[in-house]
Design a protein around this ligand. Structure first.
Ligand code: LLP
Length: 443
């Protein structure tokens, strides 16, 4: 591929194996994307296994080379299915789950329970019982109600459970307010500032069947700065020392959450993983040194950082609507049902035309979906090559939070998912059928 083409196509946002083949088509994992679409239809999501494995290794390497006692766990909410869980297990990651459903997906491939961390702000008695019976590695306690339930359930079952307490450190990570979690006015976690974190910790250390291994915070998602992590670590470690003095609490584990940004647009590159790792590790080592605290085991839980770049969404162009002097809409066969993020957060994406990779981007268009909502716009104002019916639009950075937030709105079918690697592709989720739509219904 020549230099000029690189400059006009956002190929760097695509999976690590992306390229343009001799036919001028987008290739992923050594597979011609237009051939995959011919075989499997659209909308179609492609996951590049090489990129997923590469990201798992990058996170493990960047943290463990600076801080050997690190465990990387993957936040399943970004996307999980059995095929991905197998890859993650092979790469040595643990899992962050938030529901009995995510636990069930993990267990469907015999993912080791002891490497699973169970989060959530409203875990019910049934979910907690299940987690205890399945010997889930850590339950991350979010509130007093859960603490009470767990204290009673562990006693009743005669089990001892390792837990972390999720604290809310009042640190603003400067991201979208829907994905900001570690501020005081948040539904998540036990605030440090109000004394509720201390109250919960004192109760938890006194519960004979709970082993309080450590503390957790998660500041938010798509965080483009490392400094909020540093601030939260300093506050948390200072709290840990006070709790040691007051209640004999020993901080064996510190979970600093996820939230590491991924690149969606050419002009918004996130910091490299190394930069987050360096800031987090230095903050822990400096604070531990200052506070005479033994450095705890570090847990990081990226979701988006592992899968965003690996995923590509493919759509087929249908109708075009030209409003003279105003806008040219190009309609595709997916939209907010498979990717709610533009409508929900105003998220912005780039795109290419997978069957016209060598053509210049001459036309300004707006890519809209086929759902019955005016807000169903995937990309507003993007310059692409001259488009015709049946062209294939490829949207990069689609591996995180599109499919797991997908819906059957308008009774459209949720897409198929292919995993590609080394010139091979395999279906890891079949396209839904009309029978699937009524499978749970009764008359
Ligand atoms: N840990 C906890 C406790 C979390 O709540 C989350 C994400 C993560 C880790 C992983 O965050 P990540 O590394 O993926 O940023 N639907 C939104 C994102 C919601 C994130 C929820 N929690 C989006 O599409 O941007």
């Amino acid at each position: 591929m020549d230099q000029q083409l690189q400059a006009v196509t956002p190929l760097s946002l695509f999976p690590q194996t992306a390229g343009v083949n001799g036919k001028g088509h987008l290739a992923l994992g050594g597979c011609d994307v237009t051939a995959l679409v011919t075989k499997h239809g659209t909308p179609l999501y492609i996951l590049d296994e090489t990129t997923i494995r590469g990201k798992c290794r990058e996170y493990r390497r960047e943290f463990t080379q600076r801080y050997p006692n690190t465990q990387v766990i993957y936040a399943c909410k970004a996307f999980i299915n059995p095929a991905l869980a197998i890859v993650l297990q092979e790469e040595g990651l643990g899992l962050d789950v938030v529901s009995a459903g995510e636990i069930a997906v993990a267990r469907s491939v015999a993912f080791p329970s002891d490497k699973i961390y169970f989060h959530g702000n409203n875990k019910g008695q049934e979910e907690l019982s299940l987690a205890l019976e399945q010997r889930i590695g850590r339950i991350v306690v979010d509130n007093f109600h859960e603490l009470g339930l767990l204290t009673a359930l562990t006693k009743e079952k005669g089990l001892v459970q390792d837990i972390l307490l999720r604290i809310s450190p009042s640190v603003d990570p400067h991201t979208h307010k829907y994905v900001t979690t570690g501020v005081l006015d948040s539904k998540f976690g036990l605030p440090l500032a109000t004394g509720q974190a201390e109250e919960a910790l004192s109760q938890a250390v006194a519960a004979p069947n709970l082993n309080v291994l450590g503390l957790h915070f998660h500041l938010g998602s798509s965080i483009f700065e490392a400094s909020p992590y540093v601030e939260a670590i300093e506050l948390t470690l200072r709290f840990a020392v006070q709790m040691k003095q007051k209640y004999g609490f020993r901080l064996a584990e510190l979970n600093v959450g996820g939230g590491f940004a991924a690149q969606y647009q050419l002009d918004s590159p996130p910091p490299p993983t190394a930069e987050y790792a360096q800031a987090i590790v230095s903050a822990i080592l400096n604070s531990c040194d200052k506070l005479a605290l033994a450095p705890p085991r570090l847990i990081v839980e990226p979701g988006r950082g592992i899968v965003a770049q690996a995923g590509v969404a493919l759509y087929r162009v249908g109708v075009t609507k030209e409003i003279p002097g105003i806008r040219r809409y190009v309609f595709v066969d997916g939209g907010m049902g498979d990717n709610i993020r533009p409508a929900l957060y105003g998220s912005k994406y780039e795109a290419v035309v997978a069957n016209k990779m060598n053509k210049a981007s001459t036309d300004m268009v707006t890519i809209a979906g086929k759902f019955c909502e005016s807000g169903d716009i995937l990309i507003k104002d993007i310059r692409l090559p001259d488009l015709s019916e049946n062209d294939i639009i490829a949207v990069p950075a689609s591996g995180a939070y599109s499919l797991p937030m997908a819906s059957n709105y308008n009774a459209f079918l949720r897409p198929a998912i292919l995993m590609v690697t080394d010139g091979q592709s395999r279906l890891v989720r079949r396209r839904e059928t009309h029978e699937d739509l009524t499978r749970c219904d009764l008359t």
